[in-house]
Ligand binder design. Structure first.
Ligand SMILES: Cc1cc2nc3c(=O)[nH]c(=O)nc-3n(C[C@H](O)[C@H](O)[C@H](O)COP(=O)(O)OP(=O)(O)OC[C@H]3O[C@@H](n4cnc5c(N)ncnc54)[C@H](O)[C@@H]3O)c2cc1C
Length: 430
């Protein structure tokens, strides 16, 4: 029986493991193994909502062992340490529990087909002081850390333990992309909701949020008009938006731009740029892009080894019309679909399909309102706002859930989440 190993159970990898488990694992045509450093999955575009307590991560988390049991794939916990192309083996790290005891030893796993789906992380571009002083939103552990950190600050402020001279908490976010914009707006909603739970002193007015962007406008993926309208909305909420501001250094008290005054901050978040993890550089002698991604052919096979595929943020896939497939959940979902077909063809010596990214548009959520563009294939894009935009914003997540659970269970999950929402606090308070 052929061994297919998928490393990374994120937006792309978990969908692929589920589909291959159903198509090949069930009939024992292949053994599918998913490897991830964490025991469970949380869809990354939800992270800013986890960070601000709007979503409860316990509800949306997917346990890999349970998903594997339902869909005929095995799960192996550990971090990828290396690839031995000649012997078709990967090395997966040992795993320790919170007390430091080893629960799974380091192991070598043998593959016939390997799929790399380990995603990306924020890129600090080597800016001094950023790694040491900033919070990143790369996974749900960091998102939870952010939530605990901001709740602690707000509670201490409310109970009079901390009384900053200015009566405000300074939060600076670097990166005017979707993550930075959505996080900035959710922070105000979070503070306002806390006052509903009896923290009378807390409200959005006590937050001094600065959003810093190096280029001349926020959200460059959106049309200029829409990005200007969101810029204005953020300012109405109270966010100070600084464009054309290049951060050159950070320390524990704030950011230092190339020009202009220091941006003082009690909390600093870095949400600018993405790159694939550094350890991918030269891994197994595979070809890398400048941002460490694995370069793939249109079939999603890596350029130097046909038995190794790469999908999602860690894959550098050129578009036929020029440029590269963007690192988005949309792209990871589309790549997972084609990779499933191509892997089956590869195992059967059949011809494979070519990846063609279909951009379905971008939706930005500003604390319970959403705005964005929706592209219809072959036609020009249109701007949507309000309830329809919010519905489309959630639809991408529903598509992910439906790839994992099927349509009927996804519908039941939507219903269940409505019931849960009616009895739970509107904000995760711990
Ligand atoms: C806050 C935020 C908001 C976003 N919003 C949107 C949005 O609205 N729309 C959109 O299309 N995209 C959005 N994105 C981008 C989107 O989340 C990513 O493009 C998408 O998750 C990429 O999928 P992936 O499968 O490549 O990687 P991921 O989903 O990141 O999954 C990677 C997996 O690999 C695992 N892993 C990493 N390293 C190792 C290792 N060494 N060994 C083993 N396992 C490892 C991780 O634990 C993880 O499970 C957002 C991202 C963020 C951070």
């Amino acid at each position: 029986m052929k061994n297919i190993i998928i490393v990374g159970g994120g937006a792309g990898g978990l969908e692929l493991a589920t589909e291959l488990g159903q198509k090949l694992g069930k009939s024992q045509k292949a053994k599918i193994t998913l490897v991830d450093r964490n025991p469970s999955h949380l869809w990354k575009p939800l992270l800013h909502e986890i960070a601000t307590g709007v979503l409860d991560d316990n509800i949306d988390e997917v346990n890999y062992l349970a998903q594997g049991k339902r869909n005929n794939f095995s799960f192996h916990q550990g971090s990828l340490l290396g690839i031995d192309k000649e012997n078709k083996q990967i090395t997966v790290s040992e795993v320790k529990n919170a007390q430091g005891d080893v629960i799974f030893p380091e192991e070598k796993l043998t593959y016939d087909v390997l799929v790399m789906a380990i995603g990306s992380q924020c890129n600090d571009f080597g800016t001094p002081g950023v790694k040491e002083n900033c919070i990143f939103l790369d996974d749900h552990i960091q998102a939870k850390h952010f939530r605990h950190n901001i709740l602690t600050r707000l509670f201490r402020f409310s109970s009079g333990i901390d009384c900053p001279q200015t009566n405000t908490i300074n939060i600076a976010i670097v990166g005017g992309g979707a993550t930075g914009v959505e996080l900035a707006s959710e922070l105000f909603s979070m503070a306002d909701k806390l006052s509903d739970y009896g923290f009378a002193k807390i409200n959005g007015k006590m937050l001094n949020v600065t959003l810093v962007e190096a280029t001349d406008r926020i959200l460059p993926v959106l049309p200029e008009k829409l990005s200007a309208s969101i810029h204005q909305k953020l300012e109405e909420m109270g966010v100070k938006v600084l464009t054309k501001t290049m951060v050159t250094k950070a320390d524990e008290s704030g950011f230092y731009p190339k020009e202009g005054d220091k941006i003082a901050a009690d909390m600093m978040i870095w949400a600018a740029g993405v790159k694939a993890p550094d350890f991918l550089r030269d891994i197994g002698g595979l070809e890398n892009s400048r941002s460490n991604q694995l370069v793939v052919k249109p079939t999603l096979q890596t350029t130097r080894d046909d038995s190794i595929f790469a999908i999602g943020d860690c894959a550098s896939c050129a578009k036929p019309e020029g440029g590269f497939t963007p690192p988005t959940a949309q792209a990871a979902h589309q790549m997972a679909k084609l990779a499933a077909k191509n892997i089956i063809s590869y195992l059967n010596d059949a011809s494979m399909g070519q990846f063609k990214y279909k951009d379905k548009g971008t939706i930005i959520s500003l604390a319970h309102t959403a705005q964005g563009t929706v592209s219809t294939v072959g036609k020009s894009s249109m701007i949507v706002k309000g309830a329809p935009a919010h519905m489309i914003y959630r639809m991408l997540y529903r598509m992910h859930q439906s790839a994992l659970y099927g349509l009927i269970k996804t519908f039941r999950l939507i219903m269940a989440s409505r019931v849960i929402r009616s009895v739970r606090p509107t904000l995760k308070l711990d």
